[in-house]
Design a protein around this ligand. Structure first.
Ligand SMILES: *Cc1c(COP(=O)(O)O)cnc(C)c1O
Length: 217
């Protein structure tokens, strides 16, 4: 599917949900995609991209930034504290703030640098043991803790369990955001971004539907 088709589907979903055109930011998730596909999307004027590993982002994006202005890079994958500094230097937004230790590290580095990327708190809405994220019951407390550390919490993020209807998880994330006065909602991927928009997504993270299937490895 082309970038244009995804953009029209997003517009249609915005309209269907009674939302303003342009209220949803499309993050093109380029992890593991060959450079020529990424350049193709950059050449069409798209600027928001997502990566899920710091090391891969480090290898690709400084070069793309030299060639294209206005790139906004989002880290959507898990972040180890020992990669936090690198992530902050490289990315404009981090969608995987998922534990107190990482919050403390980001806060210390933000003080030191005098700047911090936009942050999204990842919530493990399905309470899956193998998945990252703050449990829903702990989310209010964690958001408060992050704010006390002066961290710029712009939104919440979730990845619903594969076997479950994602709309229920999107609605839960929206509810947690609402009661905490958080505006951003990073939710929805290739298979469910329209349902996420119906539930209030402000950022959808779409990879394979734009770039094609990721090469194995
Ligand atoms: C890979 C990835 C995506 C995009 O997945 P697709 O199914 O290819 O759209 C979105 N969010 C996260 C966190 C990812 O790791």
């Amino acid at each position: 599917m082309s970038l244009q088709e995804i953009q029209s589907r997003i517009e249609a979903a915005e309209t269907a949900a009674g939302r303003k055109a342009g209220s949803v930011t499309l993050i093109a998730v380029s992890k593991m995609q060959p450079d020529d596909r990424v350049v193709g999307v950059l050449e069409q004027g798209h600027r928001h991209f997502g990566e899920n590993r710091v090391q891969e982002a480090e290898g690709k994006w400084p070069g793309f930034r030299e060639r294209f202005d206005g790139i906004v890079l989002h880290l959507v994958g898990p972040l180890q504290t020992n990669k936090a500094r690198q992530a902050m230097e490289l990315c404009d937004a981090i969608h995987s703030l998922d534990r107190p230790k990482l919050a403390n590290t980001l806060a210390r580095l933000a003080q030191e640098r005098g700047a911090c990327p936009d942050l999204f708190v990842q919530v493990n809405t399905g309470e899956e043991a193998q998945k990252a994220g703050i449990l829903p019951a702990d989310a209010d407390g964690f958001i408060e803790e992050c704010r006390k550390l002066d961290l710029p919490v712009r939104g919440l993020m979730c990845i619903p369990p594969v076997e479950e209807e994602p709309s229920l998880h999107f609605a839960l994330l929206a509810k947690i955001a609402h009661r905490n006065g958080v505006d951003g909602l990073s939710m929805g991927m290739s298979s469910d971004f329209e349902r996420a928009i119906a539930q209030g997504a402000t950022h959808v993270r779409v990879g394979s539907a734009i770039f094609g299937e990721r090469p194995a490895g």
